[in-house]
Write a protein that binds this ligand. Sequence first.
Ligand code: ADP
Ligand code: MG
Length: 298
Amino acid sequence: ATMPPLLSAIANAGRHGVLVKSAVVMERLGQVDTVALDKTGTLTEGTPRVTDIRPLAGSHLTEEELLALAAAAEHPSEHPLARAVVDAARTRGLALTTAEDFTSTPGIGVTATVDGRAVAVGAPARLLNDADDAMSAWATTVAGDLEDDGGTAVLVEADGVPVGVLGIADRLRPDAAATVAALTALTGAAPVLVTGDNPCAAARLAAEVGIADVRAGLLPQDKVTAVKEQEQAGRKVLVIGDGVNDAPALAAAHTGIAMGRAGSDLALETADAVIVRDELATVPAVVALSRRARGLVV
Ligand code: ADP
Ligand code: MG
């Protein structure tokens, strides 16, 4: 028997490095008319590096003590920012204490007990709810400076008091801008950036890749809302993401694609398709394959 077009397309997608989970998904890929992309780990490489270590005056911590505290708390996390913090501590040869009572909140950060201290590491805007004390005000200023430089600022708190800020930066994927351009041409619609990161880092990266519609500071559920808004307006949205924080949006979208290499297990399981070869440019290729299989001119 000759292979049905959608099955041939799945085999073809596999050769391009994309695992499409079913013929239904292969068909839906060609129907998408709007694309929503995550930032960290999707448009960026997902291997961020710590660029700045800033203990706050009054914390009585050295740079190395601050980094070791944060790394101990982040050790159990699979978030790219957590891996950056742990790698930075390892590179400096710092010994990490084993954290207890680890908790992780997607889009916000982590908490753990380290050497008897309650440590929180995460988004400054989420952790600093009352910036009226001196330490919080200072932390806000330092975080703002790092974000103005286009980085992601991560706040470290010990026993409820801000003790330092880490600056973390990630590289844009080499094929990010070309992929955004190709998807814009294929769908005829402006792509949307949906990110939990700060508006400053988000706007800077969006400008570099050619995205005008930027939604920053989003919690996982806010990403779902952004997708549903579009779908209620009659759009068929393709979500591309990598994190635990992207899983609800990947599930809510018309079609969801996860980044395979550094993607979280939850994202890979939830998504309809997985980019196995670590290239974003495979996405427009499989959308085109789907349209061809459905007999549509690309
Ligand atoms: P994105 O949507 O760009 O992939 P996330 O939703 O994963 O970003 O994270 C949003 C923000 O939440 C990060 O920029 C960071 O400030 C904070 N955050 C989330 N998880 C962690 C973590 N494990 N360590 C430090 N910060 C975190
Ligand atoms: Mg991400």
